[in-house]
Design a protein around this ligand. Sequence first.
Ligand code: NA7
Length: 549
Amino acid sequence: MAASTTTAPQDHDAIIVGAGFAGLYAIHKLRDQLGLDVQAFDAAGDVGGTWYWNRYPGARVDIESVHYSYSFDEDLQREWHWTEKFCAQPEILSYLSHVADRFDLRRSIRFGTRITSVTWDDDAGLWEVRTDKGDVLRAPYFVSGAGTLSVPKKPEFPGVDTFAGEVYMTGNWPHEEPSFEGKRVGIIGVGSSGIQAVSELAKMSGHLTVFQRTPNYATPIGNAPTDPEEEARDKANYRQIREASRNHFLGVPYSDVQPSALAVSAEERRRVFEDRWNRGGFRLFIDAFQDILFDQRANDTVAEYIRERIRERVKDPRTAELLCPKDYPYGTKRPPLETDYYEAYNRDNVELVDVKSNPIAEVTPRGVRLADGTEYELDCLVLATGFDACTGPLLAMNITGRGGRKLAEHWADGPQTYLGLMSSGFPNLFMITGPQSPSVLYNMPLAIEDHVDFLADAISHLRENGLAVIEPSEDAEREWVRHTNELADATLLPNSPTSWYMGNNVPGKPKRVLVYLGGAPAYRAKCDEVVRNGYEGFHLTARGALVGA
Ligand code: NA7
């Protein structure tokens, strides 16, 4: 079967979206290792992706920096020095800037440019990509590194435009740090972003009002300056550490998880919880007992432990009770990590307002008004209300596949993907850490590297075999969607009232699990098997002609 002989103009081999962890590695891999002509775009003014936009006070990584970093280049990982165990946003941004310099990536990126449409031309076998700057470019491969948490949820509060003070969003924070000194600041939202921000805003503001709808199970991050001995040890053993990470559910080299919280005595359970609480990171969530996310009774034990610790830390018993989550299982909303979050409520200038029992009715020119008429006067309002996660960034690009079918139509009832990497009817369109892949439940830089390596191998395979197009079969996609839903149904996740893992944090968004819950090792094994079996579940074609499935 001969490869296509189309004469339609092609501007590049691959168009890449994003200049965060995903886009940067994709540029390097496709351009420098495969020798492709690539063009990348990012709406931001520079590299960083999520770390470019989320520069609110307190923004910090929740996986140890030594693990939350690229593994693809031995010298890079040995030479870079992290100053803290869990680095703050500015340092992660410096790291990504260093990576861009080191591999000369910026010359392939057009910054300040947003993709407005992406359309498949079946006759030419090319994606036509349009931007808000008027570019129209065509390429056979389209690679999305648009991220999972890059489209902030639209404000749901009537009147927000009438507010006379300043409004800030954690997910789109200004470059010039606002001054909160002496001001009355209100923050809506106590997810991971809100919780990180509250700890800092409490110290920076005259008065801070926290509007909380659902309390969260936040646990200590356990941050500290980098210990030079530990750093030297880690760097000497990076190969083993990365291997252990890739063989762990969450992509971190934790190894102390025990089978069941219900199989041990109350004393032993407490000892384990205490140990993981004190050691920090995601250890309590992922390295304590395996059944926490699957068995309500096991979950109850850890949930009660966290509530006890909250009550110890918050002086006012009424505030403490409001901060204790009671009506959903731990881990079914993404567990936030914190430093001094609960202590913030012991300060005289911090006030917690329950907007579950008394919802926010509107934002007025003066502040926030609740359903019962109470009005909180504010100078600044911070929206930490979350994201249209996982599907939002892809749908925002207005993607149209084969036969004029829109991705938005194909995903009307929730995402439909094969391996969370591709969607049927959307040939040669790769979604790095796409919906229904482990993505946010797999240490992101490693999840990204695995996906970029997979798609680069697939492109090489096509080129070496005179093929032009890779696309999942409808059957493979249907089975993957069924499998990801089945995995989610075996967990407690569907029991959460609002969780961006399930898409039900955004009004009107279909409730469908957005992440693969089988863990990174099972997922990686599946991807390896697919490749070993000649890209099982994919159609590989020489422009239209079916060569294999
Ligand atoms: P999250 O985790 O989705 O948190 C959003 C918060 O905003 C959460 O407390 C929401 O309450 C609250 N929220 C959202 N809409 C409203 C309305 N209409 N009224 C009151 N409160 C509202 O987003 P984050 O940015 O904190 O974290 C996202 C991820 O980024 C994080 O998990 C990390 O992976 C990085 P709710 O719980 O829905 O009642």
